[in-house]
Design a binder for this molecule. Structure first.
Ligand SMILES: [Zn+2]
Ligand SMILES: [Zn+2]
Length: 273
């Protein structure tokens, strides 16, 4: 107790406030008021960033564990990038560090959306729409990245890996322009849906980003984890695996519906391309 009082008497003279008000302050508020708002916000941002990155690593670990438990895998059919090069490590690190500002913006925007209490069932119809909308824009964007004139500038880097195995590490091993575009597109489609009468609830928005992250990571593993809705296959990591070695097929990130609509879909088959 004496220790806290000692600190308080040391700090009080430094504070630009009335002594009568300061005497009612607690130690945490004294510490907070000792720093400028900029310093406090920077510190809070750094703490949240560390928390977000740790949470992300936990989700990635969980994603790989899901695959391990299921145990069903599909074979490598093209050259594997065994060791990450300095440029791979640079892009992976850079992209991961850019996640916290995106995530905080996304979460802040989601907090402005309708709350979950009145719209508990909203994800059931809003989530499929978000994935459909996302993949429509993503497929077109991805297709554009494969144009011969710009392919070598941005997207070629991601295709250095012909047989992804590392999950999130292989997923984020892309040029930062491509990574940012893919990340912010999630916010873009949430915003678009929120403008319609269908709306987008906060829980849908956050579930969309979480599922999206997990599915994008699974796309870069050998886990044969397909998702069926009413006996129709809507997600299969093998589609993206095939895209890594047959670049003009399967442009979709999560769904294949737009590839089927545009004639670029190709089913994965063992030993064939
Ligand atoms: Zn990929
Ligand atoms: Zn590609």
């Amino acid at each position: 107790m004496e220790y806290f009082q000692l600190i308080q008497t040391k700090i009080e003279p430094l504070l630009p406030v009335d002594a009568s008000v300061a005497s009612a302050w607690t130690l945490p508020s004294l510490i907070i008021h000792s720093f400028s708002p900029t310093v406090i916000l920077t510190y809070a941002f750094l703490c949240m960033s560390v928390f977000i990155l740790l949470a992300l690593e936990f989700v990635n670990w969980g994603t790989m564990k899901i695959g391990d438990v299921k145990g069903k895998t599909f074979p490598i059919q093209a050259a594997h990038l065994d060791s990450l090069r300095p440029i791979d490590i640079f892009f992976i690190t850079f992209n991961k560090l850019s996640i916290p500002p995106f995530f905080l913006t996304y979460t802040l925007f989601s907090s402005t959306l309708p709350s979950t209490s009145s719209t508990l069932l909203s994800p059931l119809y809003q989530l499929p729409l978000l994935f459909l909308l996302y993949d429509l824009f993503y497929s077109l964007f991805h297709r554009t990245l494969h144009l011969q004139s710009i392919y070598h500038l941005i997207h070629k880097h991601h295709h250095t890996q012909k047989s992804p195995t590392r999950g999130n590490l292989d997923a984020v091993n892309v040029h930062p322009i491509e990574f940012w575009s893919g990340e912010w597109l999630h916010l873009g489609v949430v915003y678009l849906l929120s403008l319609t009468s269908i709306e987008c609830s906060a829980i849908t928005s956050l579930t969309f980003l979480t599922f999206g992250g997990v599915l994008a990571s699974l796309n870069h593993t050998r886990y044969d984890l397909c998702i069926y809705i009413f006996a129709i296959k809507v997600y299969d990591p093998k589609y993206h695996d095939l895209h890594h070695r047959v670049p003009r097929r399967n442009y979709g990130q999560y769904l294949m519906i737009w590839d089927y609509a545009l004639g670029t879909a190709k089913e994965w088959s063992k030993g064939k391309e």
